[in-house]
Design a protein around this ligand. Sequence first.
Ligand SMILES: O=P(O)(O)OC[C@H]1O[C@H](OP(=O)(O)OP(=O)(O)O)[C@H](O)[C@@H]1O
Ligand SMILES: O=C(O)c1cc(=O)[nH]c(=O)[nH]1
Length: 241
Amino acid sequence: MSTTDLPPWKSSLISLAVSSGILTFGSYTLKSHRVSPYFVNCGLFSRAKLIRAISEAYAQSLNSYAQEHSGWDFDVLFGPAYKGIPLCATTVEKLAGLDESKWGDVGYSFNRKEVKDHGEGGLMVGESLKGKRVCIIDDVMTAGTAIREAISIIESQGGKLVGIIVAVDRQEKMPSQSEKDGKGDDGSPRGSTIGEVRRETGVPVMAVLTLDDLIVGMRQLRREDEVKQMEAYREQYKPSD
Ligand SMILES: O=P(O)(O)OC[C@H]1O[C@H](OP(=O)(O)OP(=O)(O)O)[C@H](O)[C@@H]1O
Ligand SMILES: O=C(O)c1cc(=O)[nH]c(=O)[nH]1
């Protein structure tokens, strides 16, 4: 497939994300302090047909990966708070719908941002991660901070990380020390966040959509101004790997 093509399901998902205000354009300060001309708000997959579309896309991606890599499997889908929470629950339901005999017993789990000190108490909700093979599901990966926090929760709960899937990989280089100090990017070449996470963990890191896909999708929608802004941003934060 050329860089100007997308499978029809990706084009439809991008079109749905634009028409429902999930993918928007403007000036957005990210968690990494970078200022981006586009933003993906996965919290807005908040209507039945939207959460169905994104959970089907995650489930198809995970099921295809498992079919293509025999022996790769997981017991629990872990969705970090907050936006990972509806994603893990809806995606395991879609996995069971795809193949009940393979995925019917897969569990889901998520953390609380504040530890609960009454009732059943604790940090975690859902399936226990102890001794389980765990796959992380999250919305967007930029600098990888959220994913690293999720990995440390899984380790602290005695789980074994076997995979990561996000809806959108923004394909950005890792933040520099100068960015972390709030002084902006020093322009030095650095590897991609996703590449770094793959090297650190040794597990597959999947994305339903990438920035490259979003650019092709916006071009198909004839939104040339937005395409130019996204291309300039991609160039500015392009990873060296
Ligand atoms: O790769 P990163 O640079 O970490 O950025 C991306 C993450 O940051 C945001 O979540 P946030 O931590 O704000 O939590 P939320 O789900 O409560 O919005 C966003 O939803 C991603 O999960
Ligand atoms: O990096 C982020 O903070 C971020 C980017 C994005 O597109 N969407 C989001 O929810 N967070």
